[in-house]
Design a protein around this ligand. Sequence first.
Ligand code: ADP
Ligand code: TRP
Length: 319
Amino acid sequence: MRVLTGIQASGKLHLGNYFGAMKPMVELQENHELFTFIANYHSLTTSKDADTLRQYTIDAAVDYLSVGIDPDKTTFWIQSHVPEVLELYWILSKFTPMGLLERAHSYKDKVAKGIPASHALFSYPVLMAADILLLDTEQVPVGKDQIQHVEMTRDIAIKFNNEYGELFILPEHLVQEEVATIPGIDGQKMSKSYNNAIDLFMDEKSLQKRCNKIVSSSTPLGEPLEYEGDNIYALASLFLNDEEKLELQARYRSGKEGYGHFKKYLKELIWEELGEAREKREYYLSHMDEVHDILAQGAKKASTIASAKMEKVKAAIGL
Ligand code: ADP
Ligand code: TRP
């Protein structure tokens, strides 16, 4: 089963990204043929300047490798290193009714948030369709907000196939239902735009400081604490098995410990979970040649598939 997904690089990654996107992806590579790329052409739609886009792109590559993308198992590259995707994007545009794009929620949301309404932003789903169809993708793991884009990809592929022959596989979206929304330090959905995120890679002191900012109720020390609805508990339980959760619940109820203790405990859990990733990250950051090598090999592999596909597509439509 060929599985493909794109990662938007837009700054520092946080625990929401880790549990919502990175961990499930790392698990997928164990029994799927995984193709993953840093979607820098997509990021261009919201990018402010060249240096930032360049930095975000390579940072995201290092971070995903650090949390466990294994280049021996997964084909991992930077989108713009396989430019065939832009050729297909144009061709697919011809099979994309304006009405289809006009119905896209993500476009409307982004414009409502103040992102300038450019043509690139409008046709973003066509480029995403090209990413998916170019490599004969069968499944696309995405967050709920991206399901519509995968459906649009199917619509475009069907239109092409009807007119020019069955060249494209119709992809399906794969949504990890069990991944709940991870709360931020204020209890709302963790997001870098809400300024409530706990970043993955911080030094130990800063991580503790961030955990100390988690909003909790003001029950005085010595009284039993309610774990249900508590943000520290919600975050800590992401790291715990059922038995450990029960133990933590008992500690909340005992009244012997206050929120300060649980904030320390949470910091320990995060710090420990990311120990291996931190080591790998140190390694990659001091061996950037290796990172570039991995990405170049990934691009080469994706290119081989892409150029063979483009030959067929072009022949089919008369180019
Ligand atoms: P942000 O909201 O910080 O901008 P993104 O939209 O870039 O995050 O999300 C990238 C990936 O991480 C998506 O697949 C998304 O589903 C996942 N993700 C982000 N925040 C959370 C969260 N709070 N809980 C679960 N998953 C999340
Ligand atoms: N649009 C996706 C997002 O914002 C990123 C992306 C680009 C993607 N191309 C893709 C995801 C192809 C899956 C498949 O998260």
